[in-house]
Design a protein around this ligand. Structure first.
Ligand code: HEC
Ligand code: HEC
Length: 309
């Protein structure tokens, strides 16, 4: 069975998230320990933080839904990287649920506040755009564990399958159950069905969990596959590591989880009409990531360039 979404091509022109600047390219003239922002600027940043960030990153920047923005794991994430990367990250990807709505000066003010909250001293001058590439986080001590936000400090078992296998196991069959709603009404399915003559796991399964139950389950599977796409240590078919630390990868994964959650809500409400829009969103979530990480350099099967940004 293949995807039934009619939206595949039409929605592919979507602008992709800008790549973060490579680190280590710029001469790092100063450190954030040298009073690189002003107190007034941090106060402006704090106002924005309270209204737009605290709900996910915590009042003390300790991290809740979002990663911590202070403390050891944050500092080791940003070890030796220039501030321009952090401003870019914020401006292009935050707030997570409404990205790319902050101005450049607002994003810079937020960084000033993050520095202040991290106990880096204020100075006289404001942090300016011109300086951003030249001011860096201190290099984390080699002893510091390479902790990553979220999954890094939990002890997950190592992955069983490569990424393609995982996609075929979860994303593919379950998204097809959801895409199918564009042409079939699960409410119209008879409660009891007879087992089809030829064995077909989707058809047979639908006699056990008919109609909307199958849709509920598929929506949960799509949502729950997202953290598996962030499991450290997984490789792609071509041996390259899954780019779990890349900012755009995380965002593509989050978009997939969002589509799964929407599908689950609509499924619980038995709202068939909502699935036109949801199929579209789900299809985008698959296609946007595939365009960058799977299908670059020619056909889907071209292999070697997969999983590299
Ligand atoms: C709806 C929840 C949400 C809101 C609101 C939100 N964030 Fe985030 N943020 C996240 C999540 C989830 C991540 C981890 C995924 C990622 O890095 O993209 C994250 C990651 C980050 C990171 C990267 C941290 C690291 O160590 O890599 C920064 C910086 C950040 N957010 C800043 C902000 C700022 C500043 C705001 C307010 C303008 C904000 N966020 C609002 C959810 C949120
Ligand atoms: C975060 C990025 C991302 C998202 C989201 C994503 N994929 Fe993938 N997908 C990939 C990458 C990268 C590969 C290539 C994996 C490899 O070669 O090991 C892949 C491979 C696949 C394959 C296997 C192709 C083959 O080589 O046989 C299928 C099927 C697939 N994806 C379906 C889906 C569907 C359906 C969705 C949406 C419900 C989806 N994917 C969402 C990144 C993603």
């Amino acid at each position: 069975m293949t995807s039934v979404s009619p939206f595949g091509v039409a929605f592919c022109g979507y602008a992709l998230f800008g790549a973060l600047l490579l680190t280590g390219q710029t001469p790092q003239a100063r450190s954030i320990t040298e009073g690189v922002y002003s107190a007034a600027q941090a106060a402006r940043g704090q106002q924005l933080y309270k209204t737009q960030c605290a709900e996910c990153h915590g009042n003390a920047l300790e991290g809740t839904v979002g990663s911590p923005l202070a403390g050891d794991s944050f500092l080791s994430d940003w070890s030796a990287r220039p501030l321009i990367n952090l401003v870019d990250k914020i401006q292009k990807t935050m707030p997570f649920n409404l990205p790319a709505n902050l101005t450049r000066p607002q994003s810079t003010d937020l960084v000033a506040y993050i520095l202040q909250a991290g106990k880096f001293p204020a100075g006289q001058a404001e942090l300016s755009e011109a300086m951003l590439a030249r001011i860096a986080f201190p290099a984390a001590k080699p002893s510091a564990a390479p902790a990553r936000a979220g999954l890094g400090n939990t002890s997950l078992p190592p992955p069983e399958g490569n990424l393609a296998e995982l996609m075929r196991a979860i994303a593919f069959p379950n998204s097809n159950i959801l895409f199918n709603l564009q042409i079939k009404d699960p409410g119209a399915q008879p409660k009891k069905q007879t087992t089809p003559a030829t064995f077909d796991y989707a058809e047979w399964g639908s006699t056990v969990y008919p109609g909307w139950l199958a849709v509920d389950q598929a929506a949960i599977a799509i949502t729950e596959t997202a953290p598996l796409l962030l499991t450290p240590g997984r490789r792609c078919q071509n041996g390259k590591p899954v780019p779990v630390d890349a900012a755009d990868w995380k965002q593509f994964v989050a978009a997939l989880a969002d589509a799964g959650k929407l599908a689950h809500q609509a499924s619980k409400a038995r709202n068939h009409a909502a699935f036109i829009d949801i199929s579209d969103k789900l299809n985008d979530a698959c296609a946007n990531c595939h365009k960058v990480y799977r299908d670059k350099g020619g056909t889907e099967g071209s292999g070697a360039t997969r999983c590299q940004p």
